[in-house]
Ligand binder design. Structure first.
Ligand SMILES: NC(=O)c1ccc[n+]([C@@H]2O[C@H](COP(=O)([O-])OP(=O)(O)OC[C@H]3O[C@@H](n4cnc5c(N)ncnc54)[C@H](OP(=O)(O)O)[C@@H]3O)[C@@H](O)[C@H]2O)c1
Length: 253
């Protein structure tokens, strides 16, 4: 299916690895010019090179999106060198593991800057040009934790819920301008992040058997949902969270 987004420009953060990289690659394969960002320049350049070697258009701008000044710089450079993004994919590493009763000021502020503020800051920077063009796609990568809180991931459970609330509210404000705002909520996905959470390989293999699909997701399977939400065909889907979890979450909605 032609997703009708060829020659659009996308900004994808957290794009050097895992789900973000898979989204960048998926969009690039649709003919989208992809501006990729993450903190480590070497890893980022390698990821950009991988996509270029596959014959697609990608560029890298290193930035730490947990810092307002870096978001400003990333956005300004994207605008100067390319154009303001028509597709915005907000993603980064997940916040550290923690129980709710162990949260202190420092941890909580760190997760707020990493897991909530980039969605607000980047979306609000992007919507001006999207409104002028009467077209835009904003997608956040959140987590299965928005459907069912995950034990020991109090920071993810809290701030992903806040992103979901922000996205839903923004979606209704900008729908009239042809802008959609959605979230993709991955279940357990085979990436470095998951290896950080499960240091014991056998425990991870055992855990995988508790997923109805009996396996982890691939980053590409999660990315496919985001690429679809970026498509022309998804124009009437907004304010939604699309779970990609192999049947893991048990809630009805
Ligand atoms: N994997 C799973 O099972 C799973 C499940 C549910 C939700 N999620 C969520 O999905 C998101 C992506 O997960 P993943 O598994 O793909 O993670 P990953 O493999 O650890 O990749 C994270 C990416 O984000 C970049 N990044 C990290 N911190 C950043 C920052 N402050 N500013 C800019 N870029 C940053 C990393 O590159 P640099 O280190 O170079 O910056 C890397 O490119 C995370 O938020 C995670 O919590 C994952």
């Amino acid at each position: 299916m032609d997703l009708k987004i060829a020659r659009k420009t996308a900004l994808v953060t957290g794009a050097s690895k895992g789900i973000g990289f898979a989204v960048a690659k998926g969009l690039a394969a649709e003919g989208v010019r992809v501006i990729m960002s993450s903190r480590n320049e070497l890893n980022l350049q390698k990821a950009v090179d991988d996509i270029r070697l596959a014959g697609f258009e990608a560029f890298g701008i290193a930035a730490d999106i947990s810092k307002l000044s870096e978001i400003d710089r990333l956005f300004d450079l994207t605008k100067q060198r390319f154009t303001e993004p028509e597709i915005l994919l907000v993603n980064a590493g997940g916040p550290p593991k923690a129980r709710a009763q162990d949260l202190d000021e420092e941890l909580t502020k760190l997760a707020y800057e990493l897991s909530l503020m980039p969605s607000i800051r980047l979306a609000n920077k992007a919507i001006g040009a999207m409104k002028e063009r009467n077209w835009g796609r904003i997608i956040n990568i959140t987590s299965i934790s928005v459907k069912e809180p995950v034990a020991n991931l109090a920071l993810s459970n809290s701030f992903r819920a806040a992103v979901t609330g922000f996205a839903k509210t923004l979606a209704s404000e900008v729908a009239q301008y042809g802008i959609t705002v959605n979230n993709v909520a991955p279940g357990y996905t085979a990436t470095e992040r998951l290896m950080e959470l499960f240091t014991d390989k056998q425990a991870l293999a055992d855990f995988s058997q508790t997923i109805p699909a009996k396996r982890l997701a691939t980053a590409e399977e999660v990315a496919a949902a985001a690429v679809f939400l970026a498509s022309e065909q998804a124009a009437y889907i907004t304010g939604q969270t699309l779970l990609v979890d192999g049947g893991m979450a048990k809630g009805l909605l």
